[in-house]
Design a protein around this ligand. Sequence first.
Ligand code: ADP
Ligand code: MG
Length: 638
Amino acid sequence: MPQINVLPDLLVNKIAAGEVIERPASVIKELAENSLDAGAKRIEVAVEQGGAKLIRIVDDGAGMDAEDLARCILPHATSKLRTEDDLFAIRTMGFRGEALASVGAVAQLRIVSRQAASDAAHEIRVAGDRIEPVTLAAGPPGTTVEVRELFFNVPARQKFLRTAQTEMGHVTEQVARIALAHTAIEFRLTHNGREVYHLRPASDMRARIADLYGADLANALLAFERDERGLKITGYAGLPADARSSAKWQYIFLNGRYIRDRFVSHAVREAYRGLMEPSRYPVFFVRMEVDPAGVDVNVHPTKSEVRWRDSNVVYSQVLSSLRDRFLSADLTPAYRPGPAAFASGSGGGGTTDGEPDTELEAQRRQRIRESMADFFKRQAPGSASPAPGAGPSWPTSGARPDRPPGAGQFTMPADPGLWPPPGGYTQPASPPVDPEWADVHGVERTLPAYRNTIQVHDAFLVAETDDGLTIIDQHALHERVLYEQFSRQIARGPLESQRLLLSETVDVTPDEVALLDTHGELFGQLGFELSAYGPSTIAVHATPSLLKPDRVGEFLRDAFGRLADREAPASAELLLDALISMMACKAAVKAGDPLSSQEIEALMAKRDLVERSSNCPHGRPTSLNLSLAELEKQFKRT
Ligand code: ADP
Ligand code: MG
């Protein structure tokens, strides 16, 4: 007796439906994609009870004649593939011909369609294995697809449906994804008769983002693009300060489809590394276009994952387009007392302030600018600080300041309180100019010029800028400066080291002592010379010059703790990076350390030199901008 059965069509379709139709949102994805393929300019989605009861999609696309209507609901029925070669040049959203057959197998399906040239519409109904003949119907050009009682004949699936509210959440997200990928199309979404979205055709993705999520979010995004090596990228990246606690706000689109892609995600993570805490996720929208031959979209039932022909190109192009954009942006967060104030031009450090609209407005700004300059002149600590005019001359607007004396060199100019103390170790007579600093200077950046810096509460620095003022966390900034300094230096050789006259000992745990064998070299790069001294003691013979002696023990204990942590990522590069940022933290001035005016100047001079100075290595912001516009608003002058 034969053991092998050929499955009946309905069962085959139900199985196929299990792959593509998971919940109402997946029905909407398939139907909306069909509408897009049919050239629709307007797509209306109506949903009842989260989609479990009814999903109706109305489009103004090309429509189908009676013959096609009878066919479209059959398995493997598609107008989008004719030959095998077509499979490698897919420009349509669908091509497998299984969506309508799958939906018809698990719901009550009704399709009404009319081609523009025809004056009659036709209708077909399907429910499980019952297919009714095509009949004449009334309706406008385009196609209407109605899906009722989803999973009525698949109780196991029906049980997996969540509350109407949860399902509606998925539906809304699905419509947003499609709408972001197709900004020129008008979308409408209603739930139980109430409008959720009405998205009019948008000129670009930023406009659509604004429609979906509000102008505040959209305006603060940095636009970036690149068209190289067969990959066209246009995207919008959020400021580090606007990062979220989940990856939900990361949207990747390829050739008009929402996808998940680990190469793009990794590139984004890498681009933001050091700009935000590792547990945060930047807001991010990117659209990519490649020749269909460069990617296989046929590896996932819902086509939400792809296989790249060359994933390295994808990774490197996304990473470099973001990095380039960040280099030319001021990532300092703007002061935002509440959501309302954000709407003023001061939002989003990367965007320019709104131009004053009237002459009066311009004069008012000028007055405030002057009185603020005045205020800071009076408040500046002592007269030792080089006042404008006396010291280096700052440009009055727009451009970066000229380099203050000593800037562009590796070691800070005489800054007694900042480590190292003068004479603490010998400085080279004329420190070499690091060519990499020059690189950073080659790129025109929009960090504000700063003047008249004062220290408040021994913790913050306040400086006047061209269009307002900046408040800086002294520890976070110094930490960032040192981190950059260490990273750059270490790329060329070990950090400068200082031998101790008498070796010191540090107590650690026995398994941490064992780490010396595996990681001795790593410490060598940082400027340490260490040896095992006992079962739980390490001897320190030399330390990095920039690390104060009283911080050495603390740093080593933390460092060994990090090395012993098996959970944490452990490539040599990541470990070194982790240790460098720990060392920068320990070597930096702390909140509560009073700074002399020379120390303040020295630190501020570095600020402009350091890439990503707007965040400390842990990703916390180092500074906050408060614009004139914001001040005016707060003082109710506008
Ligand atoms: P696929 O999209 O993979 O071709 P579907 O089962 O989703 O498979 O659709 C089958 C066919 O039905 C499509 O190829 C198309 O010719 C036709 N069709 C489906 N929806 C529409 C629509 N909204 N407007 C016009 N034609 C449609
Ligand atoms: Mg389809």
